[in-house]
Design a protein around this ligand. Structure first.
Ligand code: ADP
Length: 447
């Protein structure tokens, strides 16, 4: 009896061990697959963003040059808009994959409430360009002036909802109502976006927030979309402890209501004047004409080294720096950049460094500059990552690797401007030479 019992016990032990080992290999396989997927996403992000950088960057440079007019300018504008649309799709696919693989994190910072609202409005009102839509905004003037939260993700939530309102409304009205409720040290930011557009059928409403789900596809045949926007929005909202709901009448429009939790940094309200300014804005300017109208500081005393293995990218950055009068040198590889920093002739004020390059990549190049060139200059020169890799955690990785800041490609002109103000602008420039804007060591593409 005892021996049969022992035999069974042994068998059970064997089976448990085998199961454990199978579970272990399955876990390892899943981890390897998830690692491979993440690597694939990083590569895909890079591979798709690189040609998009050229399409968006070059078309923007040409449009802003003032040299293209009439029909050609219209066509170029369409190329630019198509590039931006494709970039939005790449970003959405990356976002949903990051969220699925749990690599998604919020990065809260202190932000200015009215600037955030202003940015969202400027981006979205470009979408109503050719449609007879009346856009109105209503903002509670007591909204706290400074908040703490992931401002980029907050923008993404409202951008997704507003862009849908503009997409699915051919004519009529769109009203954005922003209010809040205080909750201790936090506020519930409350947004209602009401459009008089196509509306959604009652039976489709439960499907709206599913991945890749587009509804009423025959009526919306002409409208571009991936069906990812609302599912990303819902997940972002729940990460901010919030809720999203929709009320709609087919043929008569929809209201998307959102509540998200943000911490109060300054209870001082944005005030009547700011609220009135935002509400009475001229909503016809496009983002591009805004960036075209950007007043550039004179940075002609600065000399920047741009490192990128692609000549086109060098030309785009160079073209973007041109209005500042900045002198630009270029390096086509990490090792060339290291030699130029080692030589200290000339000394640069800032380095813009690409990430993925053949040979020594950007991160390794920065490590060598920081650790192996034994000079104060090499250890302290500000280095800004310029990369097409937009996978989660990228910014932290750069900051932990000796970089001072990170700009993703395609480069947003307004973001570049704020980085230049922070890292290049001196308090009181001593020299005011206007240098010709050429990579002084590499001939430019003729664009
Ligand atoms: P996409 O717009 O890329 O298709 P979304 O996830 O943002 O994807 O939206 C899913 C679907 O919900 C859309 O395809 C559209 O049918 C519907 N929808 C979203 N917003 C609105 C709106 N404001 N009015 C009418 N339909 C909408």
């Amino acid at each position: 009896m005892n021996s049969t019992y022992n035999l069974r016990l042994n068998e059970l032990n064997q089976m448990t061990l085998q199961l454990q080992s199978e579970l272990h290999s399955a876990l390892k396989e899943a981890q390897d697959a998830s690692y491979a997927k993440t690597r694939f996403l990083a590569r895909m992000s890079h591979e798709m963003r690189t040609p998009l950088t050229a399409v968006i960057g070059l078309s923007e440079l040409m449009l802003n040059s003032g040299e293209i007019h009439g029909d050609s300018a219209d066509k170029l504008d369409k190329i630019h808009i198509a590039g931006m649309t494709l970039l939005g799709i790449v970003n959405d696919i990356l976002d949903i994959s990051k969220i699925e693989s749990d690599r998604f994190e919020l990065h809260p910072i202190e932000y200015d409430t009215s600037s955030l609202i202003n940015d969202i409005i400027s981006l979205n009102t470009t979408r109503m360009n050719e449609k007879p839509i009346e856009f109105t905004l209503s903002i509670d003037k007591n909204l706290p002036g400074r908040l703490f939260g992931d401002n980029l993700r907050v923008k993404q939530v409202f951008n997704n909802l507003l862009s849908n309102a503009f997409k699915y409304t051919d004519s009529g009205t769109i009203k954005w109502d922003i209010s809040f409720e205080q909750d201790g040290d936090n506020i519930w930011l409350i947004s209602n976006i009401k459009d008089s557009g196509k509306g959604i059928k009652a039976e489709d409403i439960p499907k709206l927030f599913q991945d890749y789900m587009r509804v009423d596809t025959s009526a919306n045949r002409e409208t571009e979309g991936t069906g990812l926007g609302l599912s990303i929005t819902k997940r972002l909202v729940s990460r901010m402890y919030g809720t999203i709901s929709v009320a709609s009448e087919y043929g008569n429009g929809s209201v998307f209501s959102v509540r998200i939790l943000q911490k109060i940094i300054s209870p001082i309200p944005i005030g009547k004047q700011t609220a009135d300014n935002l509400m009475s804005n001229n909503y016809t300017k496009t983002k591009r004409t805004q960036s075209a109208g950007l007043i550039r500081t004179d940075l002609s005393y600065a000399h920047i080294l741009v490192v990128d293995d692609m000549q086109t990218n060098l030309d785009i950055v160079k073209g973007m720096l041109m209005p500042y009068g900045i002198r630009v040198s270029c390096a086509l590889s990490g090792s060339e950049a290291i030699d130029m920093i080692r030589a200290e002739n000339p000394r640069y004020d800032v380095i813009f460094m690409d990430h993925m390059m053949p040979g020594i990549d950007g991160v390794e190049t920065v490590r060598i500059i920081r650790e192996e060139i034994d000079t104060d200059y090499a250890q302290n020169i500000p280095i800004i990552a310029l990369t097409a890799n937009a996978i989660a955690g990228t910014e932290q990785m750069f900051l932990a690797s000796g970089f001072q800041a990170y700009i993703s490609k395609p480069v947003d002109i307004m973001l570049l401007d704020s980085v230049l103000r922070k890292w290049v602008r001196k308090k009181s420039p001593t020299k005011h030479f206007i240098y010709p804007n050429l990579c002084d060591n590499i001939p430019a593409l003729n664009i």
